[in-house]
Design a binder for this molecule. Structure first.
Ligand SMILES: O=P(O)(O)OC[C@H]1O[C@H](OP(=O)(O)OP(=O)(O)O)[C@H](O)[C@@H]1O
Ligand SMILES: O=c1cc[nH]c(=O)[nH]1
Ligand SMILES: [Mg+2]
Length: 210
């Protein structure tokens, strides 16, 4: 069974509350998502292995620590996943970026796939799949399955902003090897598969499409 990591840092929780408010404009929603993703990326990279290197300060030689040649790829589930990328790149500027195009059919709540593009050498890379919303979990399950089938990365983590209990359960059952990182687990889904209390449609709020 994978681990569910709740990122409950006060700065994350504060910004999330501001984002949930229906009055938040597209501009401020997008800006807060950017800030939140930098803070969340900081937590996700906490277990990156370090190696010792010898360096020379202006005073003397000493030993320091650097990240151990990690080959990281961020994989965004389109469209809303793209709202995470710039903020995360503040923490891991060298990461490569992949995209998986999926949208959720509003009637069936099943994912419809339309795009797949990954960086080279995925077999050597640790991957963080990003999408703000884990609702039924169908999109995340399908995206991670495509990634495993087509690119077989070294490891996969999944990062979202909000999760529903149903989505966590579905994702953990389908991909017990993929840890989930989220800022909140909300109460439930409504009859249309929207998270309650949630924040509405993440893609529409980021891109101003409704
Ligand atoms: O867990 P699920 O029930 O599958 O729902 C979550 C998906 O729904 C949203 O995307 P949407 O389909 O609205 O597409 P968009 O990002 O292009 O707006 C969200 O960004 C997830 O990808
Ligand atoms: O609440 C939800 C559920 C799915 N997708 C969203 O953007 N929001
Ligand atoms: Mg989507």
């Amino acid at each position: 069974m994978s681990t569910l990591h709740l990122i409950d840092h006060p700065l994350v929780q504060h910004k999330l509350t501001l984002m949930r408010r229906k009055e938040a404009s597209t501009n401020s929603f997008r800006r807060m998502l950017g800030e939140l993703s930098t803070l969340m990326a900081y937590e996700l990279t906490r277990d990156f292995p370090l190696q010792d290197v010898e360096i020379e300060t202006p005073m003397e030689k000493t030993m320091g620590k650097v990240i151990d040649g990690k080959k990281l790829a961020l994989v965004s589930i389109l469209r809303a996943g793209n709202g995470f990328l710039d903020g995360m790149l503040n923490v891991v500027p060298g990461a490569r970026i992949g995209h998986i195009g999926l949208f959720r059919d509003p009637e069936t709540l099943k994912p419809v796939e339309y795009y797949y593009k990954m960086p080279e050498n995925m077999g050597e890379r640790d991957v963080i799949v990003v999408d703000p919303m884990l609702a039924t979990g169908n999109s995340a399950v399908a995206a991670v399955q495509q990634l495993k089938d087509k690119s077989a990365p070294k490891s996969i983590k999944f990062m979202c902003l909000l999760a529903a209990p149903e989505g966590v359960k579905t994702m953990q059952a389908a991909h017990p090897d993929v840890d989930i990182y989220t800022a909140a687990v909300d109460r439930e889904l409504d009859s249309h598969g929207y998270i309650l209390p949630g924040l509405g449609d993440a893609g529409d709020r980021i891109f101003g499409t409704k």
